[in-house]
Ligand binder design. Structure first.
Ligand code: CTP
Length: 404
């Protein structure tokens, strides 16, 4: 899979940098072509001489590299390298470099290339647990993911400081496998395909200020839309109320209520090759929404009863009118998961259903990772381990592309 692939490795100044020469040797053994760029701080942990020896090429450091040989021209080396690579891997990525890339800085060889790349950029953070958990770092990680960077979750275990926690560079085979999977899914296998994706929650109004909603962040549906457009699809995304940036080249339709989502899905569904319902549609909506703010109940009962009725099941309806298009649903289940998901797959006439249990750690709503099982109408059950929503999105699309 990696034979002949051109991988650009960016190294920044974290202690795990000492592991990268071995990673380069492992990549080279697969037949991939490696070039290395590094920050000045990275030189404190691993020498350019070691890296150029194992990679077999000069190492680029700084904004204006001194020696420019081979394919590189002094003024435009960054563009040449950006066009040369099939993937860029930044490992270890420090909190500082993550913050810079998240905010568009281009002040050294690694950050310049992270900005210039057209191919997938995979970022493997490694740092002390407290630095990783700091809200500013987590916000930067979210920004990176929304901008289309792929962030590998750091591993848990013993850290260089002697403390134990999250922040270790993942084992080298795990990093290599992630790069391999991403390069494998970087095919343009959805070129010419039209995909409709729904994402996020629906809000059902009670009055002008209150609503019935749910915890969906929309991240899974947005990751699918992003992955599908990377693979060449023409993507329309129907999104509930979420705070996410629209992936590049994706047409976005914003909705609030289940009824609006139903109307939008029906409008755009015609002519689609694939429809994926990742939205968490409210099952019930208030029968009437007050047009004035409802005042606190002055009666003695201390109760406020909202009468609701079921919303239209959008996926069920899409299943009932399904022709040759591929239909994928999600199932959120907290018990008897496989059987319940299989029933939904059959009842809604789906090709695939993606099952997740929001009670599992690292799965479900408002997380950056998910643990899913993909079940096909042919009965195949594929259990996936905990992975980033970006990786889950590609795994789902891999299954969809087999159905074309
Ligand atoms: N769905 C839908 N319209 C609804 C409710 C759900 O299109 N009104 C879709 C969801 O987007 C998801 C699938 O149906 O792809 C399953 O949703 P889920 O909440 O797991 O199940 P429900 O069908 O709503 O059944 P229940 O809540 O009873 O488990």
């Amino acid at each position: 899979m990696l034979t002949g692939k051109r991988i650009l490795i960016g190294i920044t100044g974290g202690i795990a940098a000492y592991k990268i020469p071995q990673l380069i040797r492992d990549f080279k053994k697969t037949g991939s072509d490696i070039r290395v760029v590094m920050t000045d701080s990275a030189k404190e942990f691993v020498t350019p001489l070691t890296l150029s020896t194992v990679s077999g090429d000069e190492v680029i450091i700084g904004t204006f590299p001194e020696q420019s040989s081979g394919i590189l021209n002094a003024g435009t080396w960054h563009i040449t390298l950006a066009q040369w690579a099939d993937a860029m891997l930044i490992a270890p990525a420090t909190a500082n470099t993550i913050a810079k890339i998240a905010h568009g800085y281009a002040d050294n060889a690694v950050t310049i290339l992270a900005l210039a790349m057209r191919c997938p950029v995979i970022i493997s953070p490694s740092m002390d647990t407290d630095m990783w958990l700091r809200s500013t770092t987590q916000q930067n990680i979210n920004t990176l993911r929304e901008a289309g960077y792929i962030v590998l979750p750091p591993a848990e275990g013993e850290l260089a400081s002697g403390l134990t926690g999250t922040g270790r560079l993942p084992d080298l085979p795990r990093i290599q496998k992630a790069v391999e999977d991403i390069l494998g899914s970087n095919r343009k296998d959805f070129l010419g395909k039209k995909i409709l994706v729904s994402a996020g929650p629906t809000y059902e109004p009670i009055d002008p200020v209150r609503y019935i909603g749910n915890r969906s962040s929309g991240k899974m549906g947005f990751a699918i839309a992003n992955a599908a457009t990377q693979r060449g699809a023409d993507v329309t995304l129907v999104a509930g109320h979420v705070h996410l940036q629209t992936p590049r080249n994706v047409k976005r339709v914003n909705v609030e209520t289940a009824l609006q989502m139903y109307t939008a899905m029906m409008k755009h569904h015609k002519g689609m090759d694939v429809t994926i319902m990742a939205a968490a549609v409210a099952d019930f909506t208030p029968i009437t929404a007050s047009n004035k703010k409802i005042k606190k109940n002055k009666s003695k009962s201390n109760r406020f009863i909202i009468e609701t009725r079921e919303t239209k099941d959008i996926l069920q309806h899409l299943g009932s009118i399904k022709d040759r298009d591929i239909l994928v649903g999600f199932a959120v289940e907290t018990d008897n998961e496989i059987n319940n998901a299989k029933s939904k797959l059959k009842d809604k006439n789906l090709d695939l259903i993606v099952l997740n249990n929001p009670l599992s750690e690292g799965a479900g709503f408002d997380t950056d990772t998910n643990i899913v099982t993909i079940i096909s109408n042919g009965g195949k059950i594929q259990k996936l381990k905990k992975m980033s929503k970006h990786e889950v999105a590609h795994a789902i699309l891999n299954r969809v592309s087999k159905l074309f």
